[in-house]
Design a protein around this ligand. Structure first.
Ligand SMILES: NC(=O)C1=CN([C@@H]2O[C@H](COP(=O)(O)OP(=O)(O)OC[C@H]3O[C@@H](n4cnc5c(N)ncnc54)[C@H](OP(=O)(O)O)[C@@H]3O)[C@@H](O)[C@H]2O)C=CC1
Ligand SMILES: CC(=O)C(=O)O
Ligand SMILES: [Mg+2]
Length: 586
């Protein structure tokens, strides 16, 4: 007879991920789970467990090995993983997200050990709905990629799975969406990366990427299947080489958004509003040069146009403040090639046939106050460019936003050195703070991780039928006003990442309010809440890994109490033990 049956308790299926083998489990819990004797005898506090995890992490010599260790921890004790992440968010985010996730994706076929999400292939079409049934949980949010533009690293095929996994870990850590309610989803639609197709370890289909029409057909089936299987699911598109057709096609009919176009636009506007204030230059006098005219570049510029218009400029005045450079030079209507649709809006028509020579020459000509990098060209903002920006402006706004760090258009140290410490700086991947002129200067991180968790959570809890542009813009405004007094006094553009859960509450509130204003919300019970009540509701709803150990104890206690008819007594006893208050005994 098993322990649990001997205790009069129903048998329970063991799970390695949920912490069934957690060394914090007290003897009663271990007996119930039938793990008694399978873990070392000590009943450990979180602090002791965390100490061991951090020591193990420190023993791993490279970021990718630390990434692998954290993957293992998440697979074996999910609540411990999230508690460790919550308490060390600044230190651990660069290991589970950019920049390390970039290396993890490049080496995905090599480092793969266990399933962490769902893969759907082109040859699965017609059966997508059925395959979704294999996912064992109820899903509230999915991040999906076709792997065709992973960070600034190009087409990585299904190796891009690291991105949905990493983004969804941030959804849980930053916005408290329960881990089991998240679905990392990678589409195996072929890859144009020939080296990958020839790599014996590659685990995706070895065929060239399907056509745009075929992808649309596949996505039509997928969107319908996801929404049918999990009504209300929020669908985040991530790292598609050409994300615009899907965004246009689905944004009014599904609860979806594109993080690279919309999330990035919002996060950059959030920091940009603060940079404009700090620059001392009136809005009407700003001019921006963008290196990179892809989904992120155009997404960012479109939302800055919206900001400029809210500040009193006409759309035409706002639009003409941008000069875009792509791989063929300055984006103009008269340069002789067929521009991709998304570039036309910002294409210059006042170039009078002048030939683009270099970024440096363009900066001399335009005299911008703002330099944005979304080009994937690491180091493109060199000493000469940075010095030019410093000569033109008291406080040049320099945002090298490409990821991972190796693709950043410049690093923080160079930006500070070549602008004599005067730049207003944000980068896509984190850089360390530096000492300059007797002061500690801290770089901003202009990464969509500041907003997408709140956009997703806001859409979930408002039960939005679609994600409107007002909801996206509200996330930017909420972010820009979320800095505390100290952060403002220190001249920061973004709040401290260690306050990300607090910031996500503010962003979520802004998104919910915008959904209500637009009438796309279905959670009508939230409409009459005050802001304080709404904040309390959001916080209450957030998964908190700190409470999960107690829940295991509660669950066992409940079952034991039911079995023995001693409800209150046993419940209190187990809670005490799980909280580490009472001494464990057999
Ligand atoms: N900080 C953040 O939160 C985010 C950062 N990003 C980063 O932004 C970068 C770009 O992403 P995304 O826009 O989606 O990618 P795209 O591939 O859509 O765009 C890249 C752009 O860079 C241009 N480009 C390439 N080479 C050069 C060159 N030598 N000189 C000038 N321009 C060049 C491309 O030109 P062409 O159009 O001619 O091909 C294209 O316009 C990535 O590194 C990504 O990681 C993205 C989202 C969020
Ligand atoms: C951050 C992000 O979404 C990107 O680099 O693509
Ligand atoms: Mg992305």
């Amino acid at each position: 007879m098993s322990h649990s049956q001997a205790n009069g308790l129903p048998p329970r299926h063991l799970s390695t991920t949920s912490g069934d083998f957690c060394t914090a489990n007290p003897p009663e819990v271990r007996k119930y789970l039938k793990t008694y004797g399978l873990t070392p005898p000590a009943v450990e506090s979180f602090e002791v467990q965390a100490q061991r995890c951090l020591k193990l992490l420190a023993m791993k010599p490279t970021p990718i090995e630390k990434y692998q260790y954290l993957t293992h921890l998440r697979a074996t004790n999910i609540h411990l993983f999230y508690r460790l992440l919550a308490e060390n968010i600044k230190e651990l985010t660069p290991l589970i997200y950019t920049p390390t996730v970039g290396e993890a994706c490049i080496r995905w076929s090599e480092i793969y050990t266990q399933p962490e999400g769902l893969y759907l292939s082109w040859h699965d079409r017609g059966n997508l709905h059925q395959i979704l049934h294999n996912w064992p949980h109820n899903v509230e949010i999915t991040v999906l990629t076709d792997g065709s533009r992973i960070l600034g690293l190009g087409d990585l095929g299904i190796n891009g799975m690291g991105i949905p996994v990493g983004k969804l870990a941030l959804y849980t850590a930053c916005a408290g969406i329960r881990p089991e309610a998240t679905l990392p989803l990678t589409l195996d639609l072929g890859t144009n990366n020939k080296a990958l197709r020839e790599d014996p370890l590659y685990m995706g289909s070895r065929m060239p990427k399907i056509s745009a029409e075929e992808e649309r057909e596949f996505l039509d089936e997928l969107m319908a299947a996801l929404t049918d299987k999990w009504p209300g699911i929020v669908i985040q598109f991530e790292d598609f080489k050409n994300p615009f057709p899907a965004l246009e096609r689905y944004q009014d009919t599904y609860t979806m958004f594109n993080d690279d176009v919309q999330g990035t636009g919002a996060v950059i506007v959030g920091g940009f509003i603060n940079a404009v204030k700090a620059s001392g230059v009136p809005v009407k006098d700003h001019k921006a040069v963008f290196l990179g005219a892809g989904s992120a570049g155009v997404g960012v510029a479109k939302q800055i146009v919206e900001f400029f218009m809210k500040e009193g400029l006409t759309e035409e005045e706002a639009r003409r403040k941008f000069w875009f450079v792509d791989s063929n030079g300055l984006v103009t209507l008269d340069r002789g090639d067929k521009l991709a649709d998304h570039k036309v809006y910002f294409a210059r028509d006042d170039n009078n046939g002048r030939q683009y020579q270099s970024l440096a020459r363009l900066i001399e000509f335009v005299q911008p106050t703002i330099l944005m990098g979304l080009s994937t060209i690491g180091g493109a903002f060199n000493r000469d460019i940075l010095q030019k920006m410093a000569r033109l402006n008291d406080r040049p706004i320099i945002f090298p936003l490409s990821n991972p760090s190796s693709k950043s258009e410049c690093n923080f140290e160079d930006a500070v050195r070549y602008t004599e410490g005067r730049c207003l700086f944000a980068s896509g991947s984190p850089f360390p703070a530096i000492e300059f002129g007797g002061k500690t200067l801290t770089p901003g991180q202009g990464n969509n991780m500041y907003v997408f968790p709140g956009i997703g959570l806001g859409a979930i809890i408002s039960k939005a039928v679609s994600v409107t542009q007002d909801m996206i813009y509200a996330s930017a405004e909420s972010l820009s006003t979320s800095l505390n007094k100290q952060e403002i006094a220190d001249g920061w553009l973004y709040p401290d990442i260690r306050r990300i859960r607090e910031v996500s509450v503010a962003v979520t509130r802004g998104v919910v309010r915008a959904a209500q204003k637009n009438g796309v919300d279905r959670a009508i019970e939230l409409r009459n809440l005050t802001d304080e009540q709404l904040d309390a509701y959001i916080k209450e709803r957030m998964y908190n890994p700190h409470d999960e150990g107690e829940k295991v104890g509660d669950e066992v206690a409940q079952l034991m109490a039911t079995a023995s008819g001693m409800n209150g007594h046993v419940n209190g006893h187990i809670n005490g033990i799980v909280n580490g208050v009472a001494a464990a005994h057999l």
